[in-house]
Write a protein that binds this ligand. Structure first.
Ligand SMILES: Cc1ncc(COP(=O)(O)O)c(C=O)c1O
Length: 387
């Protein structure tokens, strides 16, 4: 990304004119082209009728395009892409879709250090279905020991893990975990909420059976739509938790049959404006290129990280090696995190407070490709003035 097209990118995100927005690990803003695409879709429905044959044809081709783009984004087949509402939705499709047997066990990474969306569904199974939950020990950055993982996988049924952590930004060695899962016949679920749209993903290299992520974080899409990847080989292992006219058929003799993937897992999906928006956003992200996005994000994140680290009284969290983390930059200081976030916001800087484990909270900055080096310096200087 050159300086010239950085300027163009900033124009595509009106938020950059008003504030320093670095809360992209929660919800990222949408580029103008996404807003225009959604508006055009709504106008088409208003002018041609929301269920006329021309709109229906358009929707069919739109959903096809969206699945194709997702397949390019994560390296899968379009038929393996299920449209859902959120990451949480995708996780629950797995947690509630597998026919668990007494004595089954699930491996997770230091439970409470995971985002609760990727912990509570597994915890509930352990409390209601007699499934054992094995929790990997973790260090301060959230990393675990491969030897312990190898041991825990023996005889287990599934391992569930974030691709990168929402609190420290640490990138997990998912390809190694995938290899261990395959060798030990485990299913592997990856929560890619903090990676889709910010680092390259290849589900075949990772070797996971399932993955979920939202449209509205690093992909800069609208809220209310997310993606669930379900590999062909594992789709039959999931009993769809819901059933309806769009996911199953009923024969004249009363036989119920699920439709083929992805329809069997996609009951009554109607968020077409969201699909139009997400398709436009993914097209935008893919045009910029994931390698360019990664290198741009890390430049800004590294500047911010290094400037914050110089401030007396600040403790940085997350791996020191930038190759082992995303652009998430988390710190604690003598100042209370919540009031720090509020004060920054009153100075037009939007960051977030997040749990960093053991009941502690930190301040999280999550810069994306429309943020600049100058903004990183501005954030560090404001933080310094608040300590
Ligand atoms: C790692 C991780 N998993 C899951 C979620 C929940 O995502 P969603 O709102 O799409 O369900 C988040 C949200 O911040 C997250 O960071």
């Amino acid at each position: 990304m050159t300086d010239e097209n950085s300027e163009q990118i900033r124009l595509d995100f009106p938020v950059t004119k008003k504030i320093v927005y670095m809360n992209n690990g929660a919800i990222a803003p949408t580029p103008l082209v996404t807003i225009k695409t959604m508006t055009d879709f709504m106008l088409k429905c208003a002018e041609e009728g929301p269920d006329s044959s021309s709109t229906a044809e358009y929707i069919t081709s739109l959903l096809g395009e969206l699945k194709l783009r997702v397949s390019h984004l994560i390296g899968c087949e379009p038929e393996e892409v299920v449209l859902v509402q959120s990451t949480t939705d995708g996780i629950n499709l797995v947690a509630n879709g597998i026919e668990w047997k007494k004595g089954d066990s699930i491996v997770v990474r230091g439970g409470r250090h995971e985002h609760y969306a990727n912990y509570l569904p597994w915890l509930r199974l352990s409390q209601t279905r007699g499934v054992a939950l094995k929790e990997l020990d973790i260090d301060g950055n959230g990393m675990f020991d491969m030897g312990q993982l190898e041991k825990m996988t023996k005889g287990s049924r599934l391992v569930a893990m974030s691709h990168a952590l929402y609190n420290t930004g640490a990138i997990m060695p998912v390809e190694q975990v995938g290899r261990i899962a395959r060798e030990n016949n485990l299913l592997f679920f990856v929560d890619a909420a903090q990676t889709a749209g910010t680092i390259k993903i290849d589900v075949k290299k990772i070797g996971c059976h399932f993955m979920a992520f939202p449209g509205f974080k690093w992909l800069c899409g609208p809220t209310g739509i997310g993606i669930f990847y379900c590999s062909k080989e594992a789709s039959e292992l999931l009993t769809p938790p819901s059933i309806g006219g769009e996911s199953a058929t009923l024969s004249s003799t009363g036989i119920l049959a699920y439709m083929d993937m992805p329809a069997r897992l996609q009951t009554g999906f109607r968020n077409y404006p969201g699909a139009a928006g997400l398709e436009a956003s993914i097209r935008y992200v893919l045009r910029l290129g994931l390698d360019n996005i990664r290198s741009r994000n890390m430049k800004v994140a590294n500047t911010l990280h290094d400037e914050l680290a110089k401030i007396p009284g600040i403790t940085m969290h997350g791996p020191d090696d930038p190759d082992q983390r995303t652009s998430i930059v988390t710190f604690t200081s003598s100042a209370d995190s919540s009031s720090m976030v509020k004060k920054l916001e009153s100075n037009n800087i939007v960051l977030a407070e997040r749990d960093i484990g053991k009941g502690k909270k930190g301040v999280r900055a999550a810069p994306h490709f429309f943020n600049s080096q100058q903004e990183a310096l501005q954030v560090a200087s404001q933080v310094k003035s608040l300590i």
